[in-house]
Design a protein. Sequence first.
Lengths: 436, 448
Amino acid sequence: MLTLCLLLAMVISPLAADAAKVQEYLLDNGLKILIVEDHKAPTATFQIWYRVGSVDEKIGKTGLSHLLEHMMFKGTSKYGPKTFSQNIQRAGGMDNAFTTREYTAYFELLASDRMDLPIEMEADRMRNLILTPEAVLSERDVVMEERRMRYEDDPQNLVHEEVLAAAFKDHPYRWPVIGWMSDLKTLDPDNLIAHYRTYYAPNNAVAVVVGDVDPKKTVARVKETFGAIPRGPAIKESHPREDPQYGEKRIFVKKEAELPYILTVYKVPDIKDKDGFALDVLAGILSGGKSSRLYKSLVYEKQIALSAWASYEGLCRDPFLFYAGATAVRGKTIEEVEHALLEEIEKIKLSAPAEREVQKAKNQIEASFIMEQDSIYMQARTIGTFEMIGGWQLIDQYLDGIRKVTPEDVRRVAEKYLVAGGRTTGILVPVDKGKI
Amino acid sequence: MRHGKEKSVNRLYLLLVVFALFIAAPAFAGSMADREVLPNGMVLLHSERSALPIVRVVLAIKAGSITEPPEKAGLANLTADLLTEGTAKRSSQDISDAIEFVGGELTTSGGDDYITVTLSVLKKDVAMGFDLLSDIVLNSAFSDDEIQRKKALIKSTIIQQKDEPGVVAAKAFMKAVFGDHPYGRPTEGTEESVDKITRQDIIDFYKTYYAPNYAIMSVVGDLSKDELRTLLDKYFKGWAGRSVDEKPLPEIRPAEGPKVIKIDKDLTQANIILGHVGIKRENPDYYAVSVMNYILGGGGFASRLMDNIRDNKGLSYDVHSSFSASKLAGSFQAGLQTKNSTAGTAIGEVLKEMDRMRSGPVTDKELSDAKAYLTGSLPLRVDSNRKIAGFLINVEYYNLGLDFLDKYKGFIEAVTKDDVQRVAKEYLDTKNYVLVVVGNLRQMSLNY
């Protein structure tokens, strides 16, 4: 899947340079506000991040957080049904939201003199959503269509989903954010309403504002609106653990498809662990563009893959995964591709990468920090992401940690974590139509 | 840290992208960039923005697929793709290693009207970036070895696209609407046509069309006029203008009567596109059409298609309509995905909403909301170097004028309810359309 490779090939990274400029405020009801002034253009983004995602769901009831994100656009008694996006658009703005395993975020982008509107409306829908069973079930149908589009009819994404389900046996990372189709079918609207009541409270949320704003006025406005919402009951943050893996796991997905595909994942610590930085640099060496090792070997030299990539997924609350994947070209077997992929991983365990390769990966991360500041949305997204996984101040530690990585660190973490015993491999086996 | 796509699920990833291409802009007092035509004919657009130590350059060359011979479909795209794969003095690996070592970006992209080469670097690396940019555009080597590699990769990509129902539907739609016209073929070509392209074809094409008088360059970022001039003198001095014989293009024959294309695939959803020929960018009705389409299906959750088909009936996650208005022609399309069994119902609703646009006036609120969004969102269209660099290319290519931002507001404000209904009647056709359905046909009951 081209989009997957593009997304993963981008070195999206935090802006340490900006961390120092973050202004933090805390309201009495527990709402945290993070503001960065950026006056390059007369626009701003308001974002509200809730500490709730699919890890807070239960077996048999997956997909609640994401469906709730959809429901948040359905209306409150004050603004009436279906008006949220319409109001933002009438003000010349754009809005959207996304749900992940650990958090759910809502954002608006507008001309900076119109920021009162999203602040007021976000405060309103934090507690005053109208949730009827009929509306929940109708939107559930929309999410089932979304699931068909993203997973059922996308063979590579299906592999991804199956690999996660196999890699984790007890951690809630095992189920998809969008939820299993069977859970969506049997969804009870009461559970969704309870989910909203529990997690949508000021003490479980963080507002992030970046753009052409006056911080004092912005805080005053947030206080006037969100400040009136009472603090909710304390929510215990759970940190489920994953029991040890006793050997490699392999899964196969048989679907009508043109080209075979492989996704192999390894259990690794998250970015808060000291080895996280070296794992990120390792991913850059394997996968940071056409001069990186996987592209050079599998795509350019051997010409057996259409794409080949790796990615360290460390911006998580709990230890997650290091990915490596490739799509075979026609006429080449997935065994050949897997062999070449693993060969590159073994190579880096045996001898440390060249100083220049390590420097290149570091330069890519540093440059992307600076380039990312071209976009107010990306700045806010990075601050929000770090805040959700452990605190926005981690941004500075991150860049600092990256700078200190040595070639030997990279070799050592490859040897320590990219091991067969902790590996889960998924393979897409194309089958002809009607022969499944 | 890379964000894998599995981590987040957006509520609507297509929201309002429909308009992002051609309208844009705002709130620059006066001109947003300096424009000059260099002695070699290249149009240069420069906007100095020094808040960040970064520079972005987009070089657009009118060497898109409309200029290639039909039997060599994919030639323009292949030529553009090969620019970064080696020059007289640098190998493919030299180029990627040099730009990637400094965390920069040097990419090419094919297109129907023009191709683009994009450079993005930190200010400290700008000289190196211009050196690479000029080298790949002026001295590309097109070695046999690299041509074979790239052809194989493009063919694999074409094969893989068959797994993307949306791409399958879009290709069938464009072919049915535009027929023999170049807009009817995919810019990457087909497996067969790519095979037919020879090294000589590429070199001839490159020599003919990669000329400065067919190029527009936008430069945005932390670079003064003097610095830019010095870089251009040093790295682009040898690029001389030349004349090109422009060949006439085939006429577009609009479809007559519904033309239905059904493609059977083992999918849970039907991927549906319904539409027809639209308008050119230069059509004076462009702005009324923009307002009309916003109300029909371009305005995300403010649109009728979304309200009816997603919000009220729960039939689809993504439903939208768009007019894509290019230089020579344009298309209108409404698109959605729905489970196979409800494909017929959803198509009926799309036609019903098109008909409703034609047969009655929009409400006052619909009209004022559409105008408020289209004009009020102008600041968002040009609030970063990246957006400005792309916007400037469009302004120049479509002759919109550097004061377009100021004019656009007036064009939109002038649109009346009567205009909206008139352009709906004129540019939406509920009888002569192309309908493409990709999905499991046995599970559908279609009356089309």
